[in-house]
Design a protein around this ligand. Structure first.
Ligand SMILES: Cc1cc2nc3c(=O)[nH]c(=O)nc-3n(C[C@H](O)[C@H](O)[C@H](O)COP(=O)(O)O)c2cc1C
Length: 211
């Protein structure tokens, strides 16, 4: 560590070599994919949203006070739904539910209704229920923090369970291995597009949070 490492300077983007080195760390583990659903309100018929997320983690070790952490991009339709209702549901998916990844992870609910052909079934908290996952959690937001590109939510888990079709959860690495060429190209394109949007949002956030 250098002498000036403690100076409160705003962080700068990494150069290519450092970014590559950091990226290698992320390739050492393989996070599960979560389907995140939320609705404008718990009322049946209210607008529904949903997206795929890897930025999800268990956030409490207390058995009867479970919490989850989720980071959702502020540009997403699903983010708008969570902001409106302060609730969301989380689902783990089996490899056989790849179609749910394409449905919820490629397009935006701002452009298409991802539920157009699905019944309006809800969880006890009023979040959209989706058939096909291996497990579900109903979550109520307790705290939200904006990081510019995302809102990071700490949420109380109010219910959930593993479903009868228990299987290994689909992971980010598993998705890339299973994705046909056209879908893989689309995932790469969206990743690059969203990275550009997030970079600008992080820079704007840093500019407004540092002197
Ligand atoms: C493998 C994978 C992981 C993703 N992880 C996240 C994530 O952690 N947080 C997030 O906000 N979006 C994530 N996304 C992007 C959203 O799922 C995607 O942009 C979605 O189309 C947004 O839909 P919406 O605008 O209808 O909410 C991920 C997508 C994929 C395919």
């Amino acid at each position: 560590m250098t002498a000036n490492a403690r100076e409160p300077k705003p962080p700068q983007p990494l150069d290519q070599a450092a970014a590559d080195a950091v990226n290698a760390v992320y390739h050492l583990y393989d996070p599960p994919l979560w389907l995140v659903t939320a609705a404008e309100s718990p009322a049946a018929g209210s607008t529904r949203g949903g997206c795929i997320a890897t930025f999800v983690a268990r956030a409490s070790i207390v058995r009867d006070r479970p919490r989850m952490l989720a980071g959702i991009a502020r540009q997403h339709h699903t983010w708008r739904m969570i902001e409106a209702s302060r609730r969301f549901a989380l689902y783990l998916l089996p490899a056989s539910a790849l179609a749910l990844v394409w449905r919820f992870g490629l397009a935006s609910g701002k452009q298409v209704d991802k539920y157009a052909d699905l019944p309006d079934t809800r969880t006890p908290l009023g979040n959209p229920w989706v058939d096909g996952p291996i497990a579900w959690l109903d979550c109520q937001v307790e705290q939200a923090m904006s990081t510019g590109d995302r809102s990071v939510y700490i949420a109380a888990v109010t219910g959930g369970g593993a479903l009868a079709n228990a299987a290994e959860p689909l992971t980010a690495g598993g998705l890339m291995a299973l994705a046909p060429t056209d879908k893989r190209a689309e995932l790469d394109r969206l990743y690059a597009r969203d990275g550009g949007i997030d970079a600008a949002a992080i820079d704007a956030w840093r500019a407004s949070h540092t002197g």
